[in-house]
Design a protein around this ligand. Structure first.
Ligand SMILES: Nc1nc2c(ncn2[C@@H]2O[C@H](COP(=O)(O)OP(=O)(O)O)[C@@H](O)[C@H]2O)c(=O)[nH]1
Ligand SMILES: [Mg+2]
Length: 404
């Protein structure tokens, strides 16, 4: 063991000297003040047979065999140091919890619902200790709900080309069917056509074709994304061309850069479909990987299968894309909904939903015979003043973006 004595102004100065001479693995054996000067004794164990290349010490050159007793002592000291560090972190938390019991309770509840530690602390930071637990919780719920970015599906009103992208099995084709059905009800059959680029999965085309036949709309299988240029005319005059794509893994998506090459020739929007039953890390990876397809909004599927929706919402709050629709079951019609952040927040918090949500389809004109209703959507993403307040509460919250 290499033992050295240091004389320093204070502990910080001593630590700097120790690190400089013996490296960050050194252990402080003792410290005491002698005539106003801090005397510190620190030790390192030489790497047997060689000097540590990173932190050479003069003594280490001797390459003495390691005394087993000293080695055991070093290990114990190391454990002790880690224990002290852990204890300090715990103490800080305890002290904070003791000072802010209501906020601490909220953090605990949020963590149990799967929210990230960072989000839970950030949200609970705004809890006022002089309110009742109920008031604090309902404010927190409102704040959480308001901070989920949403987007308006203006492309469905104005017409154009809309492609759904995402990993395999998340529900792209199902969502495409759902949007088509919604659109047929609003605008009539002639206003919708379906296209698929999915040549990979056996039966993918058939799956869409079956729906097309049932709904009475044409379905076309394309060779490649370049063929979309020829379809631009179809998307004129408020008509919608819905494009299904094959599922891609996050790595494939980053490499293939679907649609990146045709952006300059084809006016096309993409929505990224993500599934609520995926882990937060997978969702983050997916959102990152599909950035190259330039999605303008998110569709969240499988809310009914999410183990802890708090995890999903935490990811949604970390990124800038607005949520446009979500689904919570396999039924094409009834389980597809326009985004309702308060409902999702309540679900995530394990609270019963207040009012039954009306599925998207109920809002629509009953059939194509009825004149198409063209009530315009609000064209922008929600940017209520409450969101501006949230900027300070949830510091990592990014600016909201509309789904054009
Ligand atoms: N439980 C549940 N299943 C869903 C939901 N959305 C889609 N699915 C199912 O997920 C499976 C895969 O869907 P599909 O649209 O083929 O996925 P794709 O590979 O992304 O096109 C199908 O069995 C769908 O019925 C949902 O919101 N909840
Ligand atoms: Mg599919």
């Amino acid at each position: 063991m290499n033992v050295r004595r240091y004389r320093a102004r204070d502990m910080r100065d001593a630590m700097r000297q120790v690190r400089e001479h013996q490296g960050s693995d050194a252990i402080i054996l003792s410290n005491r003040r002698v005539d106003g000067v801090l005397e510190v004794i620190a030790a390192t164990e030489p790497v047997s047979g060689a000097t540590s290349a990173e932190h050479p010490t003069p003594e280490a050159n001797s390459a003495l065999p390691v005394d087993p007793e000293l080695a055991a002592m070093r290990r114990e000291l190391c454990d002790l140091r880690n224990l002290l560090l852990q204890q300090r972190a715990l103490n800080e938390r305890d002290q904070w919890a003791a000072r802010h019991p209501l906020a601490a309770e909220c953090v605990e509840r949020l963590l149990q619902c799967g929210f990230s530690d960072r989000l839970a602390r950030s949200l609970a930071g705004s809890v006022l200790e002089d309110t009742s637990a109920e008031t604090a919780w309902s404010r927190l719920r409102a704040r959480l709900s308001a901070s989920i970015a949403t987007a308006q599906p203006t492309v469905l009103e104005q017409g154009g080309m809309l492609a759904l992208v995402g990993t395999t099995g998340v529900g792209k084709t199902t969502t495409l069917n759902r949007i088509a059905l919604r659109q047929i009800r609003r605008m009539g059959r002639d206003a919708v056509s379906l296209v698929t680029l999915d040549r990979q999965r056996i039966g993918a085309y058939k799956q869409l074709q079956a729906f097309g036949q049932m709904a009475g709309v044409p379905v076309q299988l394309l060779e490649s994304e370049r063929d979309l240029a020829a379809l631009s005319g179809r998307a004129a005059g408020g008509k919608l061309v819905l494009i299904d794509t094959e599922g891609q893994t996050a790595r494939d998506a980053a490499e293939r850069r679907l649609f990146a090459r045709i952006r300059s020739q084809v006016a096309l929007q993409t929505w990224l479909v993500i599934a609520a039953n995926h882990q937060a890390s997978v969702l983050r990876q997916t959102i990152e990987a599909f950035r190259c397809s330039e999605p303008s909004a998110l569709v969240l599927t499988k809310v009914d299968e999410a183990e802890q929706l708090g995890e999903t919402l935490s990811v949604l709050l970390e990124q800038r894309l607005g949520l446009v629709f979500y689904s919570d079951g396999q039924r094409v019609d009834d389980d597809f909904h326009k985004v309702d952040t308060l409902h999702l927040t309540r679900l995530a918090l394990g609270e019963p939903a207040r009012a039954p949500r009306r599925p998207v389809a109920v809002e629509m004109a009953p059939s194509e015979e009825a004149p198409p209703s063209r009530v315009p959507y609000r064209s922008q993403t929600r940017t209520a003043p409450e969101n501006m307040v949230l900027e300070s509460v949830v510091p990592f919250r990014k600016r909201l973006h509309a789904a054009h």
